[in-house]
Design a protein around this ligand. Structure first.
Ligand code: ATP
Length: 356
């Protein structure tokens, strides 16, 4: 078990590009931390810095109580699982899992016990003699995990380990990884650009944007109280709706669209221009004329368990997404009457995008 601490960790690549702008973070013993963000936000760079595969330009990386800035990857007591598995094709799966132990001075019997235990945990016992190419993608990923487990490292690092798998297998492996991590209790850092994966796996989520940690918190905290419009738009699927709004003089309403007044329970100055955020699942469908928001149906997607309706709202035909449980049939152009509880309205500063 181990903690990982970053103190103002920074990375500038040799070409002068600053990929990480100074991140502070403490990852607790046994915690599953997920770095999530759009392509190019710096999540792989940060993970590789913890691994020692990229140098740190400024600040500190501490594993337990030891500053590891200049410690070689092999001496950091970490194990990394990659997207492309990085298995040796000419070795069988037993050999792949045993490889990292061989040059660490373990006896043959010790190696055998560790590999067989990992194979049992990962249900790979029947596949140890095969080569990686004789396995499915999911099994290969498990061998890669096995290779990490046998070393009993202080920290697991995962770099988009599921992105080469098909949708169903991704969900299965996601559950397996979570289960395994909880059982083994190994401090883990996991990189993904998939926000569903991030939400389901993380004890703590770090939403990155442009080399900065925009928000750090539990998945639910971040979903319920996104710190910025960027985070609000990135976490949650389908994405949060954003509308231009103006706070009324009595501060009890915010006006959106063509003068539609929504109830507000924020403490915000009168007359302020704001961005109003409403999650698709927080819009309520009411009987005709009962809701303040009237929007026309542009397109509908029926997913069985839920229905997504894409709507045009107001004179500017702002796009609004509505997410409803169950099956609904709407005609194209049909007007829907909607409302949203004041407690579900998010407000963001129009310039900085920060939560109000
Ligand atoms: P993705 O999801 O696409 O992998 P990421 O969030 O993991 O993205 P990084 O790979 O960490 O992003 O890259 C962060 C930024 O640093 C990007 O703008 C990238 O172009 C840049 N970058 C990465 N490696 C180098 C390098 N060796 N030299 C210069 N810039 C680099």
């Amino acid at each position: 078990m181990a903690t990982v601490t970053l103190n103002q960790a920074q990375k500038t690549y040799p070409n002068g590009f600053k990929a990480i702008h100074g991140i502070d973070l403490k990852i607790e013993h046994g915690e599953f931390t997920v770095l999530v963000g759009p392509s190019g936000c710096g999540k792989s760079t940060l993970l590789r810095m913890i691994a020692g595969l990229e140098g740190i330009s400024d600040g500190e990386i501490i594993i337990d109580d030891k500053v590891v800035n200049t410690v070689a990857p092999a001496d950091r007591d970490i194990a990394m699982v990659f997207q492309n598995y990085a298995l040796y094709p000419h070795m069988n799966n037993y050999g792949n899992m045993a490889y990292g132990l061989k040059n660490r001075g373990y006896s043959k019997a010790e190696i055998d016990a560790k590999v067989r235990e990992a194979a049992r945990i990962l249900q790979l016992e029947d596949h140890l003699e095969r080569k990686p190419r004789q396995l499915s993608g999911g099994q290969r990923q498990r061998v890669a995990m096995g290779r990490a487990i046998v070393r009993q490292p202080k920290v697991f690092l995962f770099d988009e380990p599921l992105s080469n798998l098909d949708a169903k297998l991704r969900v299965d492996m996601r559950l397996e990884i979570k289960n395994l991590q909880q059982r083994l209790g190994i401090t883990s850092v996991y990189v993904t650009h998939d926000q569903v994966e991030a939400m389901t796996l993380a004890d703590r989520l770090i939403v990155m944007n442009g080399g900065v940690a925009e928000q750090i918190g539990t998945p639910i905290d971040i979903y319920e109280k996104p710190a910025s419009q960027f985070v609000a738009g990135f976490i949650g699927s389908p994405a949060m709706n954003f509308l231009k709004g103006k706070v009324s003089d009595d501060k009890k309403h915010v006006t959106v669209g063509d003068g539609v007044m929504l109830d507000l329970d924020h403490d915000v100055e009168a007359g302020r221009d704001v961005t109003v955020g409403i999650r698709p699942e927080h819009l309520e469908l009411l009987k005709d004329g009962e809701g303040r928001i009237n929007a026309g149906v542009r397109m509908v997607e029926s997913l069985g368990a839920e229905t997504l309706a894409y709507l045009d709202f107001g004179a500017n035909a702002d796009n609004v997404t509505l997410r409803l449980q169950g099956t609904h049939t709407f005609e194209k152009g049909e007007k829907l009457s909607l409302s949203v509880p004041a407690s579900k309205i998010h407000l963001f500063d129009i310039e900085s995008g920060q939560r109000i």
